[in-house]
Design a protein around this ligand. Structure first.
Ligand code: SAH
Length: 214
C-alpha cells in the first residue's frame, strides 16, 4: 500500500513548504500511507496538512508537525524510541522507518488496538503498541535513546526524563490544554539538561491512568 502518486507529490511539497526540511524524515513520511490511519470519512483529506479527528475524542496530528517533531528528535537507525500517545499510530509508523525499535503507549485500548492493526498490516515489525499509562513510561525497557510525547504535559515529566539515557533527546509539547503550548526539545547531557524551544502547538492533554472506555 502506497500513497497514490498524485497525492504524494502534493503531500511532499506541502510538508516542505510548511517547514519540514530533513530529507531522512521526508523519505520516511513518503513511505507511510496516512490514509490508512484516518477514518473513512476523512480519507479525502488524508494528505492535506491538517490534524483530523480519530476515535475516543482524540486527533491525528498535522503532518508538518509530525515532520518537525520527528526532525527535532534526530532519530538514528540504532535508536530505541518511546512514544507516549499512540493515537492513530501514524507517528509511530513514521518513526519505525528511522529507528531500530519503537515502543508506543496509548491510554485508550480501542485506539491502541486499531493502531496495532494498521501497523501490522504495513509489516512494521519493529513497532510495539501497548495500552497503558504512558506518563509512567516503560521502566522495563528504559533507558531510551529518544522519547516523544504527542500529548501535552503541564510540566516536564520527571518520570519520563529519568528513562532517557544520557545523550538522549526528548521532544514534547508543554503547557495547559486550553492555551497555546510550546514544543520543547530537551537533551540530557552529562552536565545536565539543555532546552530548546521550537514552536507553538496545540495537542490534546496528557492524562494519567488507562481510559475506562473500551
Ligand atoms: N501520535 C498520534 C496523535 C496523538 S493524539 C498519531 O500519530 O496519531 C494524543 C494521544 O495521546 C491520544 O490518543 C491520547 O489518548 C493519548 N494519551 C494521553 N495521555 C496519555 C497517557 N498518559 N498515556 C498514553 N497515552 C496518552
Amino acid at each position: 500500500m502506497e500513497i497514490p502518486a498524485k497525492q504524494k507529490m502534493r503531500f511532499m511539497s506541502g510538508l516542505r513548504s510548511n517547514g519540514v526540511t530533513d530529507q531522512r524524515v521526508l523519505t520516511a513520511m513518503e513511505k507511510v500511507p496516512r490514509a490508512l490511519f484516518v477514518q473513512r470519512t476523512f480519507r479525502d483529506c488524508a494528505y492535506a496538512d491538517m490534524a483530523l479527528p480519530i476515535n475516543s475524542g482524540q486527533t491525528i496530528s498535522q503532518p508538518s508537525i509530525v515532520g518537525k517533531m520527528t526532525s527535532a528528535l534526530n532519530v538514528g537507525p540504532r535508536d530505541k524510541v518511546l512514544e507516549v500517545g499512540t493515537g492513530s499510530g501514524y507517528q509511530a509508523a513514521v518513526l519505525a522507518h528511522l529507528a531500530r525499535r519503537v515502543y508506543t503507549i496509548e491510554r485508550h485500548r480501542r485506539l491502541a488496538r486499531a493502531a496495532r492493526r494498521v501497523i501490522d498490516g504495513l509489516s512494521l515489525v519493529n513497532v510495539i503498541v501497548m495500552t497503558g499509562d504512558g506518563s509512567r513510561g516503560l521502566p522495563d525497557q528504559a533507558p531510551f535513546d529518544r522519547i516523544l510525547l504527542t500529548a501535552a504535559a503541564e510540566d516536564l515529566p520527571a518520570t519520563l526524563l529519568a528513562q532517557l539515557r544520557v545523550g538522549g533527546i526528548m521532544v514534547l509539547p508543554v503547557g495547559q490544554t486550553d492555551t497555546v503550548q510550546r514544543l520543547l526539545r530537551v537533551e540530557k547531557t552529562k552536565n545536565g539538561l539543555e532546552y530548546r524551544e521550537l514552536e507553538s502547538v496545540r495537542f490534546v492533554p496528557l492524562v494519567e491512568g488507562v481510559a475506562q472506555d473500551i
